[in-house]
Design a protein around this ligand. Structure first.
Ligand SMILES: [Zn+2]
Length: 94
């Protein structure tokens, strides 16, 4: 599998580290304990398209959001996580 890093271009997956589900959102500091338990311990195991966090450890050290089909490993999109976070903040503010 190869990932097309937005900073470095196409690279072998061995340069990257999988860092988890990119769709999980941290609860508010005063959220219920059950919300924190869900945040820390519960993850879906989807068969199909999924947004994942990857870290380019042997490259530019960028955090990436990869949209990948977990059944075929087809990759639809790779974007810098900082750009996704900025986009989410702008959408939340409008
Ligand atoms: Zn990179």
């Amino acid at each position: 599998m190869r990932l097309n890093c937005p900073c470095c271009g196409p690279r072998g997956v061995e340069e990257f580290t999988y860092r988890g589900d990119a769709t999980v959102r941290r609860p508010a500091p005063d959220a219920a304990a059950s919300d924190w338990v869900d945040y820390v311990y519960l993850r879906d195991n989807p068969a199909g398209w999924h947004r994942e966090l990857w870290y380019h450890a042997a490259g530019c050290h960028a955090w990436l959001v990869v949209t990948r089909d977990t059944r075929t490993h087809e990759i639809a999109d790779v974007a810098r996580a900082v750009d996704i976070a900025r986009q989410d903040r702008e959408n939340a503010g409008s």
